[in-house]
Design a protein around this ligand. Structure first.
Ligand code: NOJ
Length: 542
């Protein structure tokens, strides 16, 4: 049985490796395991506890790898299973745990099961593993219901024999039927496969989507933009209670290992619902998208922080904090805009952004995030201060959103541009000289490389390194103690255990720092015990 005292995951800082864009070892323009292995020492030096690797399985990459065609292998572009095993061992030797991404809501349309379902025809057992239905209308030419897909367009695609199949995302991502025992058995086995290979956990893609109302009733929506099913209780495909049976079964599998194996849920759910996923016989943690989406303003942040901590404390789960990931506009860009939260792609994309301001605020947000109790996620490149690349040529765009929205929403490629490591011209050390990254890098990334940042004491990278060092060294960070201290409007000041304070000034006035405190780390210059606007500091009471 799992060692219940092994609680590393409760406060882990987990670095997200979007493998396609992390480091390219063989020069084909795409990141790979060889590249990742060569950069593991960089991650260990950064001071994170674990890495989460986005899907690295064989896939036609219709949705960047979230369309898996074989759950027990590695995409040939990324390497081999043997290399994956070596990478896991090397990471462990450096003290880094390894979390994989599992995609259970849907497979690729190239997955053997889906190909078998297409070949076997209507009424066959092969079709039962997906959600095939006859169409409506006299000749069945209308989709079985009115559901829309998350990337735009209807959630149903018709196959040549006339039936339709459900896909909540792209047509290349048919949804699995989680009422089918074979689907459960298959994923049990996939979990064992990777756990046996030594991985420490899984990030569960679309954890709130696997259970569907078998009646597949109409939603009555004409526009489908919310991932959470907001405003609708008993939604027919989001956040149904049926998902919890699946996670209980998965938890039992994880707990069957002698050392701790963990799950983190990607679940976009309504306020108050996340805790259900984190009951003590279900998943361990979940991403905190409310925090990511929150405007960088003291009032809303305080509310989200309070709600996150108290909701999850009710089930004994720790909160997590995240500012960016591979699906969202990088926060340097968001925080440089007039509205600093996340609304919708259509409203937010291309809004003017002041990069210097966004960077200053991103530095403050990093100290806020890393001082809060619980776990935290760092998206590759945020430690370099990367901004969203908003001017990618249209011809380079690969996110299915671009096509599915009929070229109205550019999609998520701007945060997925291969990251810069060294040198003064593309590929900036992402791959060997002369290689061409799969998305073009901005020419001005010379000053953003890990090499340049390492040489600059004032860089974002040095701030992250210093913060992560302190997070490990200062005992007050170990527990989950947290309490707000009184502070002026527009500011946040809280205390962790043993006199460790975090002060964040998001007001337009300088914030006087408490007396008898020593500044351990600040996100910007602190003048005469006054914390300037858009600056954060960690303080220790004398
Ligand atoms: C969430 C993933 O983060 C995103 O990248 C993907 O497109 C969808 N799930 C569908 O798998």
């Amino acid at each position: 049985m799992s060692n219940a005292t092994d609680n590393w995951w409760r406060s882990a800082v987990i670095y997200q490796v979007y493998i396609r864009s992390f480091a390219d070892g063989d020069g084909d323009g795409t990141g790979d395991i060889a590249g990742l292995r060569s950069r593991l020492p960089y991650l260990a030096e950064l001071g994170v506890d674990a890495i989460w690797i986005n899907p690295w399985y064989p896939s036609p990459l219709a949705d960047g790898g979230y369309d898996v065609s074989d759950y027990r292998d590695i995409h040939p572009t990324y390497g081999t299973l043997a290399e994956a095993e070596k990478m896991i061992a090397e990471a462990h030797a450096l003290g880094l745990r390894v979390i994989l991404d599992i995609v259970p809501n849907h497979t690729s349309d190239q997955h053997l099961w889906f190909q078998q379902a297409l070949a076997a025809g209507p009424g066959s057992p092969e079709r039962e593993r997906y959600l095939f239905r006859d169409g409506r209308g006299e000749d069945g030419s209308l989709p079985p219901n009115d559901w829309h897909a998350a990337f735009g367009g209807p959630a149903w695609t018709r196959v040549p024999d006339g039936q339709w199949y459900l896909h909540l995302f792209a047509p290349e991502q048919p949804d699995l039927n989680w009422d089918h025992p074979a689907v459960h058995a298959e994923f049990d086995d996939v979990l064992h496969f990777w756990f046996d290979l030594g991985v420490d956990g899984f990030r569960i893609d679309v954890a709130h989507g696997m259970a569907k109302d078998p009646a597949l009733p109409d939603l009555g929506l004409t526009e489908f933009s919310v991932l959470t099913g907001e405003g609708q209780d008993d939604h027919p495909h989001w956040d149904r209670d049926g998902v919890h049976d699946i996670f209980r079964r998965w938890r039992a599998i994880a707990d069957g290992y002698p050392d701790r194996r963990v799950f983190v849920a990607e679940a976009h759910v309504r306020p108050g619902r996340l805790a259900h996923y984190l009951r003590n016989d279900e998943l361990h943690t979940a991403f905190n998208f409310d925090f990511l989406k929150c405007p960088l303003e003291a009032g809303p942040l305080r509310e989200v922080i309070d709600r996150s901590i108290t909701d999850l404390a009710a089930v004994g789960a720790p909160p997590t904090w995240v500012l960016s990931n591979h699906d969202e506009t990088r926060h340097v860009t968001r925080y440089g805009r007039a509205y600093t939260g996340v609304r919708s792609a259509l409203l937010d994309q291309g809004a003017p952004s002041d990069r210097a301001l966004g960077t200053r605020r991103a530095r403050a947000a990093a100290l806020l995030m890393l001082a809060l109790p619980g776990g935290a996620y760092i998206y590759q490149g945020e430690e370099l201060g990367l901004y969203e690349v908003e001017d990618l040529p249209e011809a380079a765009l690969q996110d299915p959103t671009w096509e599915r929205s009929r070229h109205t929403v550019r999609g998520r490629d701007g945060c997925r541009v291969p990251i810069p490591w060294s040198g003064t011209t593309p590929p900036f050390g992402f791959g060997p000289p002369g290689s061409v990254p799969w998305l073009p890098q901005p020419k001005d990334w010379t000053s953003y490389t890990a090499e340049a940042a390492s040489a600059d004491p004032a860089s974002m990278l040095q701030l992250y390194r210093a913060a992560l060092r302190l997070r490990r060294a200062v005992p007050a960070f170990t527990g989950e103690a947290f309490r707000w201290l009184d502070s002026p409007h527009g500011t946040l000041v809280f205390e962790r255990g043993a006199g460790l304070l975090c002060a964040v000034n998001l007001s337009d006035q300088p914030l006087p720092l408490p007396d008898a405190c020593q500044v351990l780390l600040a996100s910007g210059p602190v003048g005469d015990r006054l914390l300037p606007t858009d600056t954060a500091a960690w303080l220790q009471r004398n």
